[in-house]
Design a protein around this ligand. Structure first.
Ligand SMILES: [Cu+2]
Length: 116
């Protein structure tokens, strides 16, 4: 009786270690753009230069500056536009600040603002 109580107490203390130690989402190399699923609802902001606008596909390729919150280096990558109409306001060479969300390995721009 005493022993099983002691074991239970030990189990509880082991289970109580800090649970916040999740691995950071790995961006991987420039090519892979892997993402963790932990922060699906978080919105990130980045700055970059528009390289290609795919209006029909609702996508835009942006050469973005580093994104410290995601441990991303600067790189050229594709983003989807949550509202494809956003593509109409963008042109190659635009310097933009944009908000995006990471969901299921996809990078979805919610809002774009032209700089200067
Ligand atoms: Cu990137």
């Amino acid at each position: 009786m005493f022993q099983s109580t002691l074991i239970l107490a030990l189990l509880l203390s082991v289970a109580g270690f800090p649970a916040g130690l999740q691995a950071a989402a790995g961006h991987g190399s420039h090519g892979s753009h892997a993402s963790g699923g932990a922060a699906a609802t978080q919105i990130y902001t980045a700055v970059g230069s528009v390289k290609t606008v795919d209006s029909a596909g609702g996508k835009v390729f942006i050469s973005h500056d580093p994104v410290p919150a995601l441990k991303w280096p600067a790189m050229l990558m594709g983003f989807e536009l949550e509202d494809p109409a956003l593509a109409g306001a963008l042109a190659e060479g635009d310097r933009v600040s944009f908000d995006f969300r990471v969901r299921d390995g996809r990078f979805i721009i919610l809002d774009v603002e032209k700089l200067r």
